[in-house]
Write a protein that binds this ligand. Structure first.
Ligand code: SAM
Length: 343
């Protein structure tokens, strides 16, 4: 596997192919799992049995990849590829922070039992912004749509809070590791959401129809078709977009701050197993480090590659990581328990 690359795939599989202790830090923004409330007993049953838990329903803005937080299996792999003493920074949602941390704690305990490393929950940092989450539905407006006389009475009411902060959990691999210090000594960090110019930098030549990449001439033809059929009820308009269409981009200023905090002063390797449009990878490059990004959607990988290229100004030289010697699979917990019970 090469460094300075964005890999399209399920991070569990990609991480499995990586050698032990090859990265200095993991900074990531995984799915928050903002979907239906799970049955926690069932989730824990699966996780403690070493299974994946599959959740029904889609998450943030209807995205299926946001259905649930990553389970302990993924975090185990993350812990394995991290160098001893290294740190993991992971964004999370206010509503599901506990789930993500539980998964990581379970992964830590398992890893400690098997390969003698310790996953230690040290502290948390919070990413705050003024505009809040686009979550709450205005009750008054919803009623108004139905011409409901009640609408006036419900003015100012919403269906949910609009959280304006996303906690970042900080984990370390190794009991004696000091928690990282903020680069400028501040304890409160505020940052605005990503400006449009920053979001699209490097992505000017990316065109999309229903999330699928298309070329510029096709985009222009479809745009003209939409225009000429305006008001035609029979016509199904093409869903067109240009630039960086990822819904959960993070500000570069914040990502650079985190990278600076977690990486050694010399050049090191950082991974983001849920890289989306690549904000953390861009930050790594801008701070003079090597990176590996992974995302399950090829469209996100394309955006991430374009953004990294924009910020690095050239294709970065990559080095080959040593091949991993994959140990023979241990007997899965459930089967082992069944066999033991039969004696
Ligand atoms: C919250 S977004 C990351 C956004 C990113 N920080 C940015 O600035 O654009 C999470 C990403 O994880 C990806 N993802 C979800 N499950 C995955 C998996 N099992 N393996 C790899 N990527 C995954 C999604 O496609 C999504 O792009």
């Amino acid at each position: 596997m090469q460094t300075n690359t964005v890999i399209n795939g399920d991070c569990l599989e990609v991480l499995r192919a990586m050698p032990d202790a090859c990265v200095h830090a993991v900074v990531t923004d995984p799915p928050y799992g903002l979907s239906k409330e799970p049955d926690m007993r069932e989730v824990l049953r699966h996780w403690l049995d070493g299974d994946d838990y599959k959740h029904k329903g889609s998450g943030f803005m209807g995205r299926s990849w946001d259905s649930f937080v990553p389970g302990p299996k993924i975090w185990e792999e993350v812990m394995r590829v991290l160098k001893p003493g290294g740190h993991i920074f992971s964004f999370s949602g206010t509503r599901t922070y506990d789930l993500m941390v539980t998964a990581m704690r379970i992964a830590g305990a398992e890893v400690r039992d098997k390969i003698d490393v310790h996953c230690d929950f040290s502290s948390y940092i919070s990413y705050m912004y003024g505009s809040g989450f686009p979550k709450s539905l205005s009750v008054s407006k919803a009623l108004d749509k139905k011409n409901d006389d009640e609408a006036k009475k419900w003015e100012g009411y919403g269906t949910a809070l609009k959280p304006a902060s996303e906690p970042i959990a900080v984990f370390s691999k190794g009991e004696d590791t000091e928690p990282p210090q903020s680069p400028d000594g501040t304890e409160f960090y505020y940052t605005a959401k990503t400006p449009k110019k920053e979001r699209n930098a490097g992505c000017e030549d990316l065109y999309w129809c229903d999330g699928t990449p298309i070329d510029k001439p096709t985009y222009e033809t479809m745009l003209a078709e939409n225009e000429s059929h305006k008001g035609d009820k029979e016509f199904k308009a093409h869903k067109l977009a240009q630039g960086n269409v990822h819904p959960t981009i993070k500000p570069l200023k914040l990502c650079r701050y985190l990278v600076k905090m977690v990486m050694p002063p010399e050049r090191g390797l950082i991974i983001d197993p849920f890289c989306g449009s690549g904000s953390i990878l861009c930050a790594a490059v801008l701070e003079g480090h090597d990176y590996i990004g992974i995302d399950i959607e090829e469209s996100s990988c394309q955006i991430a590659r374009a953004r990294v290229l924009h910020h690095s100004g050239e294709e970065l030289e990559s080095t080959e990581l040593p091949k991993r010697k994959i140990p023979k699979r241990a007997m899965p917990n459930k089967i082992a328990k069944k066999i033991l019970r039969s004696f």
